[in-house]
Design a protein around this ligand. Structure first.
Ligand SMILES: [Zn+2]
Length: 75
């Protein structure tokens, strides 16, 4: 080990002082009013910037079909 590579505990702690997680920033969906993550389509209605970005019903159906299929294969 080279001396140049050695870090003190204080050096390490100072570097890690910026590693804390920030709480999630949520805003309200302008269509359905449920809380949603910023810069993402609403999880409840699939709208983003006033238009439908994700078809929530179709996605739910697809997910249900997949679960059903996987349950069948497990048996
Ligand atoms: Zn919404």
């Amino acid at each position: 080990m080279v001396v140049r590579m050695r870090h003190t505990r204080a050096h390490t702690a100072n570097r890690r002082s910026h590693h804390a997680m920030k709480p999630m920033q949520l805003s309200l969906c302008e269509k359905c009013g449920s809380p949603k993550e910023n810069h993402k389509a609403c999880a409840a209605c699939g709208f983003y910037k006033g238009r439908e970005a994700v078809n929530v019903m179709k996605r739910a159906e697809k997910r249900a079909a997949k679960e059903k299929r996987e349950k069948k294969e497990a048996k």
